[in-house]
Design a protein around this ligand. Structure first.
Ligand SMILES: Nc1ncnc2c1ncn2[C@@H]1O[C@H](COP(=O)(O)OP(=O)(O)OP(=O)(O)O)[C@@H](O)[C@H]1O
Ligand SMILES: [Mg+2]
Length: 511
């Protein structure tokens, strides 16, 4: 959502009599900007409250005269309403204000621990339903009790868009004028802006200033530094893991059918497709036998398409507060949308979303999360390609497998002879072994029924052995390790058989 769209959205919420609006963000200057822009045409007075300042009346947003802590130093502060720093006093005070207004309360949710505050707050909300005022609460995390959540609507503060990020970079450079030299072509500047997508304005300013001050220059070399910092920031957000294109070294053997499908699907992102009003592909589900390259396929898609890979760890979405998990989900997907075009990878989707067991044990939370996911998948217009993987399809809700949810559902079986040859070569090369020094025909035969993971493992363990025995790795050593391994196809024969029965004819093989 662009900033202009957010303004419209907030205006609509205010106009449609929502008494409580919650904005979860650390970026208060942006909230201020948003309120300012949104209330400009509505001609409503705006009050602002913080525990430090109490209630402050803004002098008519029409002239943009905010004089709070974000005003430049030296700007005179507006008069504070006396004795309103205490949350209870503030709420009583606004109860007595008869005219319609917008109130912005910062970091208020910590005060809900007090039952008097909670009660008063509810009364204010009820009153606002009549006099059409709106109270907006902001904070990094706003957790509401059920009673209050009932009255409230969450407003998703989108991350800054490209224009805002561009301005943040220019501001950071301006602030360092005289101390740094800037050498960026317009194309490099665009890449830099693109690299900062997914970060807040503050984070962007800091990272740009740091990168520039380190050597006194802001140039193309700093793009890598910014990227490193972004990886860290996204990981710290705790919801997504981020693998930038530059760090993605995945190499997948076989999977020709999938690769062909992807080559075609990729055209869905092209400007030609856009011109014809075609929407980009939504995503795929890969189900199949463990250790056969599902996760690796997700990484490979991002690499082939030169898109960043964002891994959603669905387990980390769970939150003990009402609506917290859904909110985490929204946050994760909005981060992914900000970084679009991107691949959003949901590994082992059956473990967290849906699943008959999940519904019984967590009060239907996983079902609700799954519902949010389906709706988002259906409606998303952003260039976020979803790759979901699953081992156990019996745990998946049937509606996920229905046609049209995903663009396609692929099934991964144990690798055939040709695929095993490729997998052997890939992993031998990865450990600096020339494949032509080995009898691949013999190895391919001997590894019948092995998964890709088992092949990789056997090369690694044989290499350790060769170091231990102080000899070079050769076919005989590998065959010896193969003979000592009980492959999945034997140890999990029944499971694999069951999975094959379920999958054949219903899903498309990746081969
Ligand atoms: N087709 C393949 N090409 C190259 N390497 C492979 C292939 N399949 C598996 N491997 C190797 O096996 C490892 C494990 O594969 P991966 O994690 O992708 O399997 P998975 O299907 O996701 O398994 P799980 O169900 O256990 O999550 C990979 O990191 C890779 O080293
Ligand atoms: Mg996996």
């Amino acid at each position: 959502m662009s900033f202009a769209a957010s303004v419209r959205h907030l205006q609509t919420l205010i106009m449609s009599f929502h008494p409580i609006i919650v904005v979860e963000t650390v970026e208060e200057p942006r909230v201020q900007h948003l309120i300012n822009k949104s209330t400009l045409d509505l001609q409503l007075p705006v009050y602002e409250w913080s525990i430090a300042q109490g209630l402050v009346r803004m002098e008519g947003n029409r002239y943009n005269r905010w004089k709070n802590e974000y005003a430049p130093p030296g700007a005179s502060r507006p008069a504070v309403d006396e004795n309103t720093a205490d949350p209870i006093d503030a709420l009583r005070h606004i109860q007595a204000i008869a005219h319609r207004a917008i109130y912005w309360f910062k970091d208020f949710s910590t005060h809900f621990d007090d039952p008097v505050v909670t009660r008063l707050f509810r009364e204010v909300a009820q009153q606002f339903s009549h006099n059409q005022s709106t109270l907006l609460i902001s904070g990094e995390q706003v957790s509401l009790s059920r009673e209050i959540a009932h009255e409230a609507v969450y407003f998703d503060m989108p991350l800054p868009d490209r224009d805002e990020l561009h301005k943040a970079i220019v501001d950071a450079v301006q602030a360092l004028r005289g101390r740094i030299k800037v050498k960026l072509t317009p194309a490099e500047m665009r890449t830099l802006v693109h690299t900062t997508q997914g970060m807040t304005l503050n984070q962007t300013k800091k990272v740009i200033a740091y990168a520039a001050l380190e050597d006194g220059h802001l140039n193309a070399d700093d793009i890598g530094r910014v990227l490193e910092r972004k990886m860290q920031i996204i990981r710290e957000s705790g919801l997504l893991d981020y693998i930038p294109v530059e760090k993605n070294t995945a190499e997948l053997g076989g999977f020709h059918g999938l690769k062909q499908w992807l080559a075609q699907a990729r055209t869905g992102f092209s400007s030609q497709a856009q011109a014809l009003n075609l929407t980009p592909p939504k995503g795929i589900l890969i189900v199949g036998i463990q250790g056969c390259g599902k996760s690796l396929a997700a990484k490979t898609i991002a690499r082939e398409w030169q898109m960043p890979l964002l891994k959603l760890d669905a387990g980390r979405l769970y939150d003990k507060y009402v609506g917290g998990s859904e909110k985490n989900f929204r946050q994760a997907v909005s981060l992914a949308e900000k970084m679009a075009p991107a691949v959003l990878w949901i590994d082992e989707i059956e473990k967290t979303m849906g699943g008959a067991q999940g519904a019984d044990t967590d009060g239907g939370l996983s079902r609700r999360l799954f519902g949010s996911f389906l709706t988002w998948l259906q409606e998303k217009s952003q260039e976020v390609f979803v790759v979901a993987t699953a081992n156990d399809i019996s745990q998946l809700p049937p509606e996920l497998l229905r046609k049209g949810r995903f663009d396609e559902i692929f099934f991964v079986d144990l690798p055939d002879a040709e695929e095993r040859a490729t997998i052997l070569s890939i992993h031998l090369q990865r450990h600096h072994q020339a494949p032509d020094q080995f009898n691949l025909v013999e190895l391919v035969q001997a590894t019948e029924g092995f998964s890709g993971a088992e092949i990789q493992q056997l090369i690694v363990s044989s290499l350790y052995q060769s170091i231990h025995q102080q000899c070079a790795l050769d076919t005989a050593l590998l065959v010896q390790s193969i003979k000592a391994t009980v492959p999945l196809s034997v140890s999990r024969r029944e499971d694999i058989q069951r999975l094959r029965c379920l999958a054949t004819d219903r899903f498309v093989p990746v081969k």
